[in-house]
Design a protein around this ligand. Structure first.
Ligand code: NAG
Ligand code: NAG
Ligand code: NAG
Length: 503
């Protein structure tokens, strides 16, 4: 796994990167600390003229963070987004977005008044067309420069407090790779090598599930915007019974290259991808499989749940990852689930920061999100049960998730996916589930039905012809003088007639 080590090494050299609305990285916006871009629909900041939102001071919670991170005023993610902006758009009604130009999750239409629930499906239940679409959308996102977002290539200090903006264009996909890297990277305390590693604004503590939920929702949203396909949703990879990485085929997420097991097979679309790191702005490093850490967690699941619980419970009083909201403990039937998360984190911990480079990450996190959803439905915790204070930095209920702009608070996503406009197909009722699992077969059938019809017609034609010939032959035979009855009986005549009408 020299490749992954190389990436980690490179990443440890990388400066800070985070996503910023392109319209908010002007000298003026950075100087005034105001990120309230105009909505293109009416030209007013935050679409205020159309009642979509208004530019407001950012309100931060004063609740104390846990003691794990002993610094203050050094890292750009502290009190997000205050280092960069103290005013942002606050959207009204169902509007959302850095300029209130988008709809809240689950709402559609020009006025965001159309509520729709989307379904995240098992990747193996996608039709062939849907699978091809998924791969081509991923690829398009990787190749298309983001219209709305740029990433910062320096810290606020390196930007001389905003007077020297340092930003770069990246692709839609890589914006997300960087967000994940940025939220989990070490704190940069200033000066070379002066870092604090024991900090992570989105893993290891209660904000893990809600942060990743928002991350996937934004990802889905960006793909919809990019492709215009509002029906798109991320499929999930249900790895519960997988013996191996069964999505690692060239048709799906890419198999290993026979030549070099660290690389993706050249027959996969993804073999042309390049990993995003600071230096990979040069695109020198080929996309490396991180199959191994993911596959490793199957074998580790059962061994590791205990250490996970211990660690999680000490970090956050009750949430305990996926424990009972009252006691903080998991039931034994759910331990595999805690462990799955943990082991995923541990198994690829050394590459958490770079893990989003691999598109399997999305499928995996969609499934993890569905586990979170099951937990929410089972325990129906009230929002007040999310920790308000003393969680590791970034994880308090009212903390704004770094590095998202628009702003989201952790506890706002401590709610069912139904309230956010999506559902998982395996959580549907039994009949709907059956219909879901039939889809690929019905789809295949649809592909072949013209042929079946043709075959049927041909078969029918042959049958009819044979029957006609047979009847003709029989009539000829019957008409032979010796066989001709001397007299038609009434009965025979009647049945003959019936036969005719029955035809
Ligand atoms: C926001 O930041 C600007 C620039 O530093 C400052 O002038 C202004 O007073 C701040 N506003 C608030 C509400 O803190
Ligand atoms: C940036 O701001 C900090 C704190 O306000 C200040 O100490 C520092 O001198 C400023 N740096 C520059 C280059 O303006
Ligand atoms: C976590 O993973 C690393 C390797 O990825 C392994 O060496 C270590 O033992 C794991 N931790 C635990 C608690 O098993």
């Amino acid at each position: 796994m020299w490749g992954i080590k190389l990436i980690i090494f490179i990443m440890s050299l990388a400066p800070t990167y985070q996503q910023f609305p392109r319209l908010c990285v002007t000298l003026d916006a950075l100087r005034t600390k105001e990120c309230c871009p105009a909505w293109e629909g009416d030209g007013s900041a935050c679409g205020a003229r159309s009642g979509r939102g208004s530019c407001e001071d950012v309100e931060l919670s004063e609740r104390p963070d846990g003691p794990q991170y002993p610094f203050s005023g050094l890292d750009d993610r502290e009190k997000w987004p205050l280092v960069f902006y103290n005013r942002t758009c606050q959207c009204a009604g169902n509007f959302m977005g850095f300029n209130c130009g988008d709809c809240k999750f689950g709402y559609f239409g020009d006025n965001c008044d159309e509520r729709r629930e989307s379904l995240r499906r098992n990747i193996f239940h996608l039709t062939r067309a849907e699978r091809n679409r998924l791969i081509s959308y991923l690829n398009l996102a990787k190749q298309t420069v983001s219209r709305d977002y740029v990433v910062a290539t320096g810290t606020y200090r390196e930007m001389e407090n905003g007077s020297n903006p340092m930003f770069a264009d990246v692709s839609v996909y890589d914006v997300f790779v960087w967000m994940h890297y940025y939220v989990s990277r070490s704190a940069l305390l200033g000066g070379p090598g002066n870092v604090w590693g024991d900090v992570d604004f989105a893993h290891w503590a209660p904000a893990f599930p809600p942060w990743h939920r928002v991350y996937l929702l934004h990802w889905e949203h960006e793909i919809r915007k990019l492709t215009g396909d509002m029906d798109f949703s991320i499929p999930y990879w249900d790895w519960r019974d997988a013996q191996d990485c069964d999505v690692c085929t060239d048709e799906l997420m890419g198999s290993r290259s026979p030549q070099d097991p660290n690389l993706v097979s050249p027959s996969s679309v993804f073999s042309s991808w390049r990993v995003k790191t600071k230096h990979a702005f040069l695109y020198l490093i080929p996309y490396l499989k991180i199959i191994s850490p993911i596959v490793d967690f199957f074998s580790l699941i059962m061994r590791q749940h205990k250490s996970f619980l211990r660690r999680f419970c000490s970090a956050c009083t009750f949430l305990a990852g996926f424990g009972d909201p009252q006691t903080g403990l998991g039931s034994s039937s759910r331990l595999g689930m805690h462990a799955a998360l943990h082991v995923f984190m541990n198994g690829s911990m050394s590459s958490v920061q770079g893990s989003a480079n691999d598109p399997i990450f999305l499928l995996h996190h969609a499934f993890v999100d569905s586990l979170y959803e099951q937990w929410l439905r089972r325990h129906t915790p009230s929002p007040s049960q999310y920790p308000e204070s003393d969680a590791p930095i970034g994880h308090n209920g009212d903390y704004h998730m770094a590095p998202f702009i628009p702003l989201h608070r952790n506890k706002e996503y401590f709610i069912s996916s139904k309230d956010l406009g999506y559902e998982y197909s395996y959580l549907l009722d039994a009949n709907q589930r059956l219909a879901e699992s039939m889809r690929p077969y019905l789809d295949e059938l649809q592909d072949v039905w013209p042929w079946l019809l043709l075959a049927g017609l041909c078969g029918g034609l042959v049958t009819v012809t044979v029957a006609a010939l047979f009847r003709l032959a029989k009539r000829r035979y019957d008409a032979w003088p010796q066989k001709q009855p001397l007299m038609w009986s009434n009965e025979a005549e009647a049945s003959h007639h019936n036969y005719q009408t029955a035809m």
